[in-house]
Design a protein around this ligand. Sequence first.
Ligand code: FES
Ligand code: FES
Length: 159
Amino acid sequence: MEKLKVSFKINGEETVLYVAPNRTLLEMIREDLKLSGTKEGCGIGDCGACTVLLDGVPVNSCLVLAPEIDGKEVVTIEGLAQDGKLHPIQEAFLNENALQCGFCTPGMVISSYALLKRNENPSEDDIKEALSGNLCRCTGYTKIIEAVKKASSWLKGGK
Ligand code: FES
Ligand code: FES
């Protein structure tokens, strides 16, 4: 199968890859770029484990074809930490014990990041809505919601 050239930015780095037309963004991230923080759960757009930001918008990377990201910017969970320091949302998840098995966590953190970028003071309903596409099969969402609230207050306080 003929490969297509895809030029994009990932976690701030300009990148060029040649990919099969049917390669998914998720496969490209995990297998070609070896960024294993993004998880594959269902592979069909149901679980949100594979969520990344595409031009700032959270998307299920299992549903995006790699050639579609030509000229665009992708941010994965690896792109949130800066200078070896966790992003406040990541710290808040740790602080609130919101990581259970942790499989859904990267997607949850990316969706929370997008929420707090557009709304620095979300209500509990806003948080629930923003995370509605991210499924956690562990013990529930209470700690995850608390973590997003804590991250919101830290970010407002300039942490
Ligand atoms: S792996 Fe993409 S939504 Fe589940
Ligand atoms: S922490 Fe296990 S699926 Fe969410």
